[in-house]
Design a protein around this ligand. Structure first.
Ligand code: BTN
Length: 253
């Protein structure tokens, strides 16, 4: 069991050998009043979920699959910024563990040499005015090998093992929780601006050409900035376009 340096993130841990999705399990206990900072960890997920209703590969012991319950005081409309905060914390933690080349792909994937190593899925229980709770699900590929990757993921997914960076899951989880707690506290106490500035420094996307797929059309341009609401600013032939974190797909071209 990890020796935690955090004040309250991960002080309560619910552990599963196997579960459908740690996000689903975390929502259940959050509904029953689980405290902020409680985490649900699993060795294996049989129904790991990703953004845009995709599935998320989470084989036994090959990564850290966990969810954390948060009860932030900011209004529900700030939630998309919260996932940017998580991306900053994760990137810091991964770099500290030796994965120096990782960077953030908007809004919150973490890539190494264009391949995904971390995915974040945030789910919310809120009314219009108030967040009841937020479940932030994080998947980090550690021991995942090329062999277990389906053909379509071989070129788009990586892991610590594939990158030849040795890591211990318990040490990595400790560092992740420490960074998450730090940036979450900064965001709650000082607002999002300082964290969004760090996001820009850690992004591997700004300055690059991107293709943005919205539900009804696709356009290309250059990702030039992140605005104060966490939207991606893309320079196109018709001027600046703001892309909201939602049901969009952005890829480098
Ligand atoms: C994405 O890449 O689109 C997000 C992936 C999020 C995966 C994590 S693993 C732990 C938690 N439980 C889930 O079912 N999903 C998240």
């Amino acid at each position: 069991s990890p020796k935690l340096k955090t004040k309250y993130f991960g002080k309560k841990i619910v552990y599963y050998e196997k579960v459908d999705s740690t996000n689903t399990a975390a929502k259940k206990i959050a509904d029953q009043g689980a405290e902020e900072g409680t985490i649900v960890v699993a060795e294996e997920q049989t129904g790991g979920r990703g953004r845009l209703s995709r599935s998320f590969l989470s084989p036994f012991a090959q990564g850290i699959w966990f969810s954390i319950i948060l009860r932030p005081t900011f209004p529900p409309m700030e939630v998309s910024k919260m996932t940017l905060v998580a991306a900053v914390a994760l990137t810091k933690a991964l770099r500290k563990m030796g994965l120096i080349h990782c960077g953030i792909k908007w809004p919150n994937d973490i890539l190494v040499h264009d391949r995904k190593i971390v995915g974040i899925l945030t789910e919310l229980n809120a009314s219009v005015e108030k967040i009841n709770y937020m479940v932030m699900g994080i998947g980090i590929n550690t021991a995942l090998t090329k062999k277990v990757l389906p053909r379509d993921l071989k070129k788009t997914v990586t892991s610590f093992a594939i990158e030849n960076v040795p890591v211990h899951r318990s040490e990595l989880l400790q560092e992740v929780l420490l960074q998450l707690e730090h940036y979450y506290t900064v965001a709650q106490e000082q607002g999002f601006a300082p964290v969004l500035e760090e996001w820009k420094m850690l992004s591997c996307m700004l300055g690059k050409d991107v293709e943005v797929s919205l539900t009804d059309h696709t356009f290309t341009g250059k990702a030039v900035d992140l605005d104060e609401n966490g939207n991606l600013v893309v320079e196109t032939a018709n001027g600046l376009e703001k892309v909201l974190a939602g049901d969009v797909q952005v890829r480098s071209v």
